[in-house]
Design a protein around this ligand. Sequence first.
Ligand code: GLA
Length: 381
Amino acid sequence: MDLQAIKNKFSALFGDEFSVYTSPGRVNLIGEHTDYNGGFVFPGAIDKGIFACIRLNGTKTVRAYSIDNEDYCEFGLNEEDLPEQHWAKYLFGVCREIEKRGYTIGGFDTVFAGNVPIGAGMSSSAAVESTYAYALNELFNLGIDKFELARIGQMTEHHYVGVKCGIMDQFASLFGKAGNLMRLNCATMEFEYFPFDPKGYKVVLLDTLVKHSLASSAYNKRRESCENACAHIAAKYPEVKYLSDATQDMLDEVRPDISGEDYLRASYVIGEKQRVLDVCDALGKGDYETVGKCMYGTHFGMSKLYEVSCEELDYLNDLAKECGVTGSRVMGGGFGGCTINLVKEDLYDNFIKTAKEKFNAKFGHEPKVYDVVISDGARRL
Ligand code: GLA
C-alpha cells in the first residue's frame, strides 16, 4: 500500500485538493464471538489499515475509486441508489446509516486502498467503514460520537452486507491506541485501555490464506443459535438479557429444550466470558502462561464447540503446541484466516520456520506471517 499512489490517483481523477483519512484493522487477544452476546472482547488496532483521500464535491453524488479492486463507482445518497459492486456497498451503507440517524451529508469524491489482508480475520471491512464514518463526521461537522460511528459501521454490515456482526471490529478501529489493548464490555460499552507490552514475547499472526465462501451465513447461524439458547434461559431467568449473563448451570437446565448444536454453541460463549476475565487478571500479574492457556482454551472451544475453525487452523494450532508456543488460537470470526500466537522471543524463529515448512508440506503453500504492532485508531493524516 503506497499512500503516494492513492494521492496520485486522486489527483488524476478529481484534482489536487483532498484530505487523507485512515483507520486500522484489529487483532483480538481473546473474547471471540462474545460481542453480540453482551460479553467482553479484548482487541487492539494494528499498523495495517485503509487509507482514503476525500474531498466534498458539493453535489448529491459519491464518486469513488478503489485501487485494490481497480474499479470505479458512482452512486447517489438515496436508498434506491445501492451500488452493485460489493466494495462500494460499504461506502454506501455508511452514508445511508448516517442519514438514517437524521444527519444530512452531501456527495464526495474519494480514492482508497488498504493493506489489511482481506478475509484474514483482521477486519478489513470495519477499517473501510470506520475510515468513512470518521471522515464524513469530521468533513460535514456532524458531531457524532465515536460509539455511534462504530454502530454506523456495524449497521452497514447488518443492512448492506448481510453480516449480523457485533461491535468489536468497528470499536477497535475507532478507539485503538498505540501500545494498548482494550477490554470492552459489549453489554454496557464500558471499556478500559490495557498497556500491552509482553516483555520477552512476540505476538504473531499466521494466516492460513483459507477463505470460507459461506462465512457470513455460517456466522449469522452461530448468532441465531446463541439467541435461541439465550431466549430459553431468559424465559426462566428474566435477569439474563444476553447469553453472557447466563451461567453453565442455567444453560444445563434448558438443555432438553434446545438442540444439541445450540447447546454446544452456548457452552462455548459462557466459557469464553470467564477466559477473558482470567486473561485480564493474568496480564495484570505478568502471568503469560495463564494468558496462553486461556488462548488454547479458546481455540479448543472455537474448534470443537463453536465449530468455526478448519483443518488448516487446527493444524497451525497443533504446530504451535508442538513448538512450545505459549498461546495460540484462531482469531476473529473464524472459518479460515489467522491464528494469533503469543510466543517467547527465543522460540520465535524455530516456530515460524517449522510452521512454514510443515504447513507447506501438508497444504501446498506457506502461511503468511504478520508481526503485530498495536497502533492508533481512526484519524486524519
Ligand atoms: C467478526 C465480527 C465481530 C466478532 C468476531 C468474532 O470479526 O465482525 O463482531 O463477532 O467476528 O469475535
